[in-house]
Design a protein around this ligand. Structure first.
Ligand code: F0G
Length: 290
């Protein structure tokens, strides 16, 4: 078993955000994971399994958080890690994490899609295991967050909001609530209107690999996909820091931005998943805090 102490993150009441938004808001603080994002839940399982099958290393494409997590867990497991990122598009703190773990960084000219193709090629060339969310062990590990919410809240919330990049996390939450409670909250994945060049670099993904499964699960839950413009994401990010004292990264704030789209009624309980830590993206402060 490979672990850095992932999971068991706080579910925080958010009284001032609740007052502003007119619904009972809870924040699942995934920035409290070992590398500062929710990716650690699935990475612990995926890297542990890769080690079990005798793999010499793991490879991923990433906008930065999967990269930081894969690098750390591979180091912990004593195997190699090749990290493929779109050049010039990853927050500084995440690249620092990759370097600190001694992983191999491959920068690709192009977007996340191009990085993913390069990662697949590298995986078959070297016999490394892919640890993107197309690896089912990643999804299985990430289901633990939904089970924790059910335990912490004493039941399934009315509403779940979370940022939507490739959709692996939405898929994992749907599965996790079904496994833990046999029921779903209404699920509202929040995506950037400008998927290709949003300031929320973690969710800068043009083609979500899990789109069909996300749409199926969201529809079954009674929710919808919510689309946010850049101002809505920035303003939600400022609210989380200034009203509740939580420093998340810009992409994470999309979860809170979704509440502003009328997804929950007074008296309902809404959980927003704050997926990553603000310290990963110091440049965002200059862009968004003004
Ligand atoms: N929030 C953060 C902070 C992320 O890093 C990501 C995805 C998401 C939300 C979206 O999750 O893709 O499962 O819908 N980051 C990936 C990465 C793409 O490479 O770190 P999703």
């Amino acid at each position: 078993m490979i672990t850095l102490g992932e999971g068991g993150t706080p579910l925080l009441a958010a009284p001032r955000l609740s007052a502003q938004l007119g619904v009972e808001v809870w924040l699942k603080w995934e920035g409290a994971n070992p590398t500062g994002s929710f990716k650690d839940r699935g990475m612990a399982v995926a890297v542990g399994r890769a080690l079990e099958t005798g793999a010499q290393g793991v490879v991923c494409a990433s906008t930065g958080n999967t990269a930081a997590s894969a690098a750390a867990y591979a180091a912990r497991a004593g195997i190699g890690a090749a990290i493929v990122v779109p050049a010039g598009a990853v927050a500084a703190g995440k690249l620092a994490q990759v370097a600190a773990a001694g992983a191999e960084l491959v920068e690709v000219d192009g977007d996340f899609g191009a990085a993913f193709e390069a990662a697949e090629a590298l995986a078959s060339e070297r016999g490394y295991v892919i640890v993107n969310s197309t690896n089912p062990d990643r999804i299985e590990g990430q289901t633990s967050a939904a089970a924790e919410i059910v335990e912490q809240l004493g039941g399934v919330p009315d509403v779940l909001c979370l940022p939507y990049g490739g959709g692996g996390n939405t898929k994992a939450y749907a599965l996790g609530f079904e496994q833990a409670a046999g029921a779903l909250p209404r699920i509202y994945p929040a995506q950037a209107e400008r998927r290709g060049d949003t300031a929320a670099s973690a969710i800068r993904i043009v083609q979500p690999v899990h789109r069909a499964e996300v749409e199926e699960a969201v529809q079954r839950s009674g929710g919808t996909v919510v689309t946010l413009n850049e101002n809505e994401i920035a303003s939600a990010w400022r609210d989380v820091g200034r009203l509740e004292g939580i420093f998340c990264e810009p992409a994470s704030a999309a979860a809170v931005g979704a509440i502003g789209h009328g997804v929950a009624q007074a008296g309902e309980r809404a959980v927003c998943v704050l997926t990553g830590h603000g310290l990963k993206d110091p440049d965002a402060i200059a862009r968004l805090a003004a």
